[in-house]
Design a protein around this ligand. Structure first.
Ligand code: CAA
Length: 379
């Protein structure tokens, strides 16, 4: 057993940490306040190769692995969780299903420009009446001649409106529900595709979340991803890996809040000594640090399993569950360590706390993670 990262992983961590500190952190609070996505940051990530970390060079990636990808999401989220999720949805929700299920032609046409950061990816599964019950979707896709005609809408789409390429799930055989679901690659300029309402959110405010609408949307039949009827499995398998990206985001948020708390607690003097030297705060910092470390180990383990080609669905649900809950606890405690100052926008911990909440909700709520884990441990 080996707990040391490889030189390549250490190098990627250092590169992303420097980039995050110098290029992402300075505007994080302002972008949060203005709910503003910054394409320049995405373009700079592309220049560094971050938009295609796990994909082979033949598809425009840098040929690294899922652990390197998780380290990158963690380091970005340590300063800005919105930037973390932009990259996470782009890579594991949109890139992954194309990499795993796409034809050679689809990979060259869609994965390559996404890996190189020329195009942004997004994933559309959730609908107004089907969230946790993803199999209850209503969007339909009907084959007419050489095209599928898609009708319906999807909500809560990360990267909605800024993405060029959407991996979307629709019913090709509505009677068969999950077994009648198919996956499609949809370009934002296909006729009948439009972007609807942009959500105003509690956290990750510089990551746009929108509705996407299909009104007789015409999709060439070669844009079917995988086979007809395979869509639900593709959606589920995509989320197996995606969830670990969210775990990495949660680890980053928690680490950022812990760093800020430690620095503040060492400087803030009350009752004649730094509050870090007072047990009430010292013990809090100890619990926070332990939670972050345990979350990181679970997350890296799941990423390692995926990179090694071993089963990782249960571990990924566990990492998302544990790291998401830890991020919420750690960021709430961080605000407590800062006291009244923590409740203001003068310090970043209130933003970390708002950003942490979504890690308990998206890519499957914590309750859905427990369902997935309990099914796997009892089967
Ligand atoms: N891998 C492969 N196949 C899987 C699978 C997986 N992880 N999970 C399920 N399947 C297969 C099953 O084996 C079954 O196939 P068979 O009948 O051939 O055996 C089929 O899919 C149906 O599975 P279930 O009976 O388990 O389906 P279900 O309706 O009970 O749903 C669920 C299972 C786990 C609750 C699922 O609906 C689920 O994950 N819900 C949560 C959805 C979710 O995470 N949404 C987040 C959207 S993305 C997002 O958050 C936005 C963003 O952009 C960040």
């Amino acid at each position: 057993m080996q707990f040391k990262l490889t030189e390549e992983h250490e190098m990627i961590r250092k590169m992303v940490r420097d980039f995050a500190q110098n290029e992402v952190a300075p505007t994080a609070a302002e972008r949060d306040e203005e709910e503003r996505f910054d394409r320049e940051i995405f373009d700079k990530m592309a220049e560094l190769g971050l938009t295609g970390i796990p994909w082979p060079e033949e598809y425009g990636g840098i040929g690294s692995d899922y652990l390197a990808y998780c380290i990158a999401i963690e380091e970005l989220s340590r300063v800005c969780a919105s930037t973390g999720v932009t990259l996470s949805a782009h890579t594991s929700l949109a890139g992954w299903p194309i990499y795993k299920f796409g034809s050679e032609e689809q990979k060259q046409k869609y994965l390559r420009p996404m890996a190189q950061g020329e195009k942004i990816g997004a994933y559309g599964l959730t609908e107004p009446s089907s969230g946790s019950d993803a199999g209850g979707m209503r969007t339909t896709a009907k084959l007419v001649g050489d095209e599928y005609i898609i009708n319906g809408s999807k909500i809560f789409i990360t990267n909605g409106g800024i993405a060029d390429t959407y991996v979307v799930f629709a019913l090709t055989d509505p009677e068969s529900k999950q077994k009648g679901t198919s996956a499609f690659i949809i370009e934002s300029d296909f006729p009948g595709f439009s972007v609807g309402k942009k959500e105003k959110k509690l956290g990750i405010r510089s990551s746009p979340t929108t509705e996407i609408i299909f009104d007789e949307c015409r999709v060439p039949k070669e844009n079917l991803l995988g086979k007809e009827g395979e869509g639900f499995k593709i959606a589920m398998m995509t989320l197996d890996g995606g969830r670990n990206g969210i775990a990495a985001q949660a680890v980053g948020i928690a680490q950022g809040a812990l760093d800020a708390s430690v620095n503040y607690a060492k400087e803030r003097v009350q009752f004649g000594k730094p509050i870090s030297a007072q047990q009430g705060i010292g013990f809090k910092l100890a619990d926070m640090a332990t939670g972050v470390e345990a979350s990181r180990l679970l997350t890296y383990q799941a990423a390692w399993l995926e990179s090694a080609g071993l089963p990782y669905g249960k571990e990924s649900a566990m990492s998302k569950l544990f790291a998401g809950d830890t991020a919420m606890k750690v960021t709430t405690e961080a605000v407590q360590v800062f006291g009244g100052y923590g409740y203001t926008k003068d310090y970043p911990v209130e933003r970390y706390m708002r950003d942490a909440k979504i890690t308990q909700i998206y890519e499957g709520t914590q309750e859905i993670q427990k369902l997935v884990i309990s099914r796997m441990v009892t089967k």
